[in-house]
Design a binder for this molecule. Structure first.
Ligand code: AMP
Length: 300
């Protein structure tokens, strides 16, 4: 089955203590779509400007990503730039230039409207609503978010959480920001009260936690000795997870844990290169290899 992914499609300029890379392919939807593409068909919804390099369109195509929902409008592509501190964890946003994003209304092609799996990757919650308004009875809907929306669009986000999602994914600092609760296990309970059946809290290099009707699952991060650029790791995680779920047969419940492990492994590859440079060169066999390693590392 296929997965529909809406989110930002961007050009990212990323600075680390070791290197600087301007105008890489970025955006939450780009990372998530590349990650999900390892498992099955992906339908992308987003917007780019006329300055969007052709080689990035080719890159999407090499991953067999359906681009009928990618609008190209006059104007500039969304541009984000950020700088990492020496620890490669703390990041400062230097600039966010919205460009064509400012007037973006995601309109779904008819062929997208019955897609069973929907990933509302990080984007304004009003746009996430707009996509769901056009869908016909999706089977499993997951949303991601960021600190900005908790600050400037909380009512929209709460409305999304209340009835429209099966799963909600956020990172630990966002969980604290949303609930005012520093203990992640208490925060998970509070977030369930806001609506979603499944909640996943991402903890960067410490892995992630799933909470659902069958209790908790602690998903490890793959142990990396060298992180080149962690941008998009969270988006790759959730993209990989949704891609795996869409490809699996039978009820989602039975596959969620393994889906998170796959997401975690693809996120680890993402961190080993700038932008999607490493992820796009990885094979399914290499992904499966790291999944097996994680299995060995956590079995007792
Ligand atoms: P992450 O490292 O998971 O926080 O994701 C980084 C990606 O988020 C980058 O590729 C950015 O282009 C994208 N991004 C940054 N700010 C925003 C925003 N306000 N809305 C949507 N996407 C954004």
């Amino acid at each position: 089955m296929s997965v529909l992914i809406v989110g930002s499609t961007a050009l990212d300029s990323i600075k680390t203590p070791k290197a600087e890379n301007p105008r890489l392919l970025g955006g939450s939807a780009s990372y998530a779509a590349v990650a999900a593409s390892f498992f099955g068909p992906v339908k992308l919804v987003g917007v780019v400007g006329k300055d969007f390099p052709k080689r990035y369109i080719q890159l999407y195509k090499r991953h067999r990503i359906d681009l009928r929902g990618l609008q190209m409008l006059p104007g500039k592509t969304f541009h984000w730039s950020g700088e990492y501190e020496a620890n490669m964890n703390n990041r400062r946003t230097l600039k966010t230039e919205l460009g064509v994003f400012e007037k973006f209304t995601p309109t779904l092609p008819a062929a997208y409207q019955a897609t069973p799996f929907v990933l509302l990757a990080n984007i304004a919650p009003a746009l996430q609503h707009h996509v769901l308004d056009q869908m016909r009875r999706p089977r499993f809907v997951v949303a991601d978010t960021m600190d900005l929306w908790l600050k400037v669009a909380l009512p929209d986000l709460l409305r999304l959480l209340k009835k429209r999602l099966d799963g909600f994914v956020l990172n630990d600092s966002e969980a604290q920001q949303l609930t005012g609760e520093g203990n992640v296990f208490v925060a998970l309970k509070e977030i369930h009260r806001l609506g979603p059946k499944y909640v996943v809290v991402k903890q960067g290099s410490h892995g992630s936690i799933l909470s659902g009707p069958h209790g908790l699952f602690l998903c490890p991060a793959y142990p990396l000795v060298k992180v080149v650029d962690p941008t998009g790791a969270g988006d790759s995680f959730v993209g990989g997870m949704m891609g795996y779920l869409a490809a699996a047969k039978g009820p989602v419940d039975g596959h969620l844990r393994r889906a998170m492990i796959y997401g975690s492994v693809i996120a680890s590859f993402c961190c080993e290169g700038f932008g999607v440079q490493r992820t796009t060169r990885v094979s399914r066999a290499q992904i499966d290899g790291r999944v097996k390693e994680l299995e060995r590392l956590t079995r007792f």
